[in-house]
Design a protein around this ligand. Structure first.
Ligand code: ZN
Length: 294
């Protein structure tokens, strides 16, 4: 078998697991993930040429401004993390989805801009929030052309992009001194991945091209002029993703709402039982890292 170097650091890799699109059941193709012996990250080897087909039309909802504000209030912890490190000035969110964080950024007084691959989502955010929305499949290039910012946020986005380290580099180059990059992403050191392997819902094949090790992220950020100032898997987002993993393990795509309800309750029960293990030593399903520009 030929050696497959890690696309992130070029070190040799070993086969990790083979899986299918378990979360959305789009097609029945097998996807192969490998683990890097150097940076300890996982990567998808056979990225489908039609990756867009794995992001169904319902992937992004288009809530009204009132709905966004309401949803944003329920997730206020996201802005609380950012506000601890940056206030005012310009904020860029890469991959804003339906805008649940962008609305918080606007209301917190940030001059907010987003970079998003979906043209419909861009138009919707421009219309509802009145913010700058740049449509791009290559956020690292889009960011390079944008004005300097105080904060750049990537909520569960870095694992989806083709060149995560190029995006980290572009963030380092764009941030003002003292500005912060906030990254939330699945944790390849998670207890869930160790227990479930290919069945771990945060593998989310083939949409997750990488599971990025936090030390590798901090190392790359350091070369891009940023220092790690906060790292946790126990923020409200991390705890939500713990329960989400067990919920999605128990459900099948397209199940009836009642069955999904039972899977949800079952998932929360498992997360409660495992909390003493999942909440210790960075073993949660997803981590949030804050990196400050020197
Ligand atoms: Zn590597």
């Amino acid at each position: 078998m030929t050696a497959v170097p890690c696309p992130l650091c070029d070190a040799p890799s070993t086969a990790a697991f083979t899986t299918t699109d378990r979360n959305r059941a789009i097609g029945d193709r097998a996807f192969h993930y490998r683990r890097c012996s150097g940076c300890r990250s996982y990567f998808l080897v056979d990225v489908p040429g039609d990756l867009g087909a794995y992001y169904p039309r319902d992937y992004l909802s288009q809530p009204t401004l009132a709905e966004l504000r309401e949803e944003g209030r329920r997730e206020a912890w996201r802005m609380q993390i950012v506000a601890r490190h940056a206030s005012g000035g310009r904020l860029v969110e890469i991959g804003p989805g339906n805008g649940i964080f962008a609305v918080q950024a606007v209301e917190a007084g940030f001059e907010t801009a987003v970079v998003e691959r979906d043209a419909g989502a861009c138009a919707h955010l421009r219309d509802t929030l009145g913010i700058e929305a740049v449509r791009s499949d290559a956020p690292e290039h889009a960011l390079a052309a944008m004005a300097p910012s105080r904060a750049i946020v990537l909520w569960h986005v870095l694992e989806h992009v083709a060149h995560p380290w190029a995006l980290v580099d572009a963030a380092g180059a764009n941030l003002e001194p003292g500005g912060v990059l906030v990254v939330a992403t699945p944790n390849p050191r998670a207890l869930g991945l160790r227990l479930l392997g290919r069945r771990w819902p945060h593998v989310d094949a083939p949409r997750h091209l990488f599971l990025l090790d936090h030390e590798a992220l901090a190392g790359r950020a350091r070369s891009a002029g940023m220092e790690l100032v906060q790292l946790t898997t126990n923020d409200p987002g991390g705890l939500h993703w713990n329960a989400f993993a067990w919920h999605f393990l128990l459900r099948r795509p397209g199940v009836a709402p009642l069955a999904d309800g039972f899977a949800y309750l079952g998932g929360r029960a498992i997360a409660r039982v495992l909390a003493p293990l999942e909440r210790r030593g960075l073993r949660g399903a997803a981590y949030t890292a804050v990196l400050r520009r020197r």
